[in-house]
Write a protein that binds this ligand. Structure first.
Ligand code: ARG
Length: 407
């Protein structure tokens, strides 16, 4: 692209290419209509003096971060039965602030994996329309799950006959729910393949849905152009989900070596939320999480970190997914340090939140890199996160689609 076409420029003191790990000094990024039109050494560009340059010459610049697992409608301070008092409209309105917090933390793209009453779709559309600031979004609408499973609503007795909006039993009912999600604007499908930590009466080790149901969901979603994410802690559910052909396994806490090999062979990504355990075990009681949830977390928290180490060593594709919403929005970046503790290099952790996440979200030619043609989504920090990855916990500057959201 001709640098002359740029409407304005960002001068980056240091600029990271997450694909190669190269860091280049004094780069000028040209931007027009929300996209990057050029990246070149500062001296290569003749600039007229009309203030078109955003000066980040003392900062380290990298692509906007991508979180592949958030719940913008979830307020981490409302847990247990108190959550029943929050309707979907309130959840959507909460999401307005959560969206801004994710963006200001440097996450210019998020994938929302499950929301009540399609509230995530309203949030995505409102952000796109410019109603309020927020990240670019992929959205799953209502998570699919079996009756009484982790993706159902299990806090009330039968007198109330309440069920999760995405509950569907049997392959055909599950296909119908996939179609319904698409109809109302979802671009991604999430289903629950095992029990979970935060749900009542479910076992993290027990598989939920049969292989037949999972295959139906994946077949239907893929045929309709949607990617599939499966929530799974225990290995029985993880293995079935990978066999069924999901694009990512969420949590993957107790993954076996056999399933690691299978994931590697099939190219299945693992989105492992290894920070959230700190919040659940540290704050869970105070914010009203069920005792049952704390107990389950004690069983899987550390095991998940060990699993991340094994999976990463085996060469499985790891993507950054935090489960923000279970813990406070905007603290997503705290997970980078945990990923590095589990054996990933800072560059690999950044790749998980840029190029690999972009790939999983089917956006690899538009986000996750700073290249001509890509969206002008990038962030700046003080000093190199390759030396100290916790620098990503304090993002100083955020640009999304050429617009400054934090300075
Ligand atoms: N949403 C997940 C669940 O309820 C949270 C799991 C958090 N724990 C963890 N170690 N990743 O199952």
């Amino acid at each position: 692209a001709d640098p002359g076409q740029a409407e304005h420029y960002v001068l980056a003191g240091q600029l990271l290419d997450p694909k190669t790990g190269d860091v280049r000094d004094d780069q000028l990024i040209g931007i027009a209509e929300g996209r990057i039109v050029s990246v070149s050494p500062r001296d290569a560009v003749e600039l007229d003096e009309d203030g078109k340059v955003i000066d980040l010459s003392d900062r380290f610049v990298l692509p906007g971060l991508i979180d592949t697992h958030v719940h913008l409608t979830n307020d981490a301070s409302v847990q247990g039965h108190a959550r029943l008092g929050r309707g979907s409209h309130r959840a959507a309105l909460y999401g307005v602030r959560a969206a801004r917090k994710n963006l200001e933390a440097g996450f210019t793209t998020v994938r929302n994996l499950g929301a009540p009453a399609f509230a995530d779709i309203a949030i995505r559309d409102a952000i796109e329309a410019g109603d309020f600031p927020g990240p670019r979004m992929r959205v799953a609408g209502q998570s699919l799950g079996m009756t009484g499973g982790h993706c159902d609503s299990t806090l009330l007795p039968p007198d109330f006959e309440h069920r999760g909006g995405g509950v569907a039993d049997g392959p055909w009912a599950a296909r119908e729910q996939v179609r319904k999600n698409l109809k109302y604007g979802a671009d991604t499908i999430k289903f629950c393949a095992t029990g979970g930590v935060m749900s009542k009466g479910t076992a993290t080790g027990a598989r939920q849905y049969t292989l037949e149901e999972m295959e139906a969901i994946v077949d239907e979603a893929h045929a309709l152009g949607m990617r599939v994410a499966a929530h799974a802690h225990g290995d029985a559910g993880i293995k079935l989900a990978i066999k069924a052909g999901v694009d990512s396994v969420e949590h993957a806490s107790l993954i076996s070596d056999e399933s690691i090999a299978l994931a590697r062979r099939n190219g299945t990504a693992l989105s492992m939320d290894v920070y959230v355990s700190d919040y659940i075990l540290g704050m869970g009681e105070e914010v009203g999480m069920l005792e049952e949830s704390l107990e389950k977390e004690r069983e899987i928290g550390q095991a998940q970190r060990d699993s991340l180490r094994r999976a990463h060593e085996a060469g499985v594709r790891i993507v950054f997914g935090s489960d923000a919403g279970v813990y406070p929005h905007g603290q997503n970046g705290k997970q980078f340090a945990r990923m590095v503790e589990a054996g990933m290099s800072p560059l690999e952790a950044i790749q998980a939140a840029t190029i690999h996440a972009a790939d999983l979200l089917d956006w690899s030619d538009e986000i996750g890199r700073i290249e001509p043609g890509f969206h002008a989504d990038f962030i700046a920090v003080d000093g190199s996160p390759l030396d100290d990855v916790t620098r990503l916990e304090s993002v100083r500057f955020v640009m999304k689609a050429g617009e400054i959201h934090k300075r």
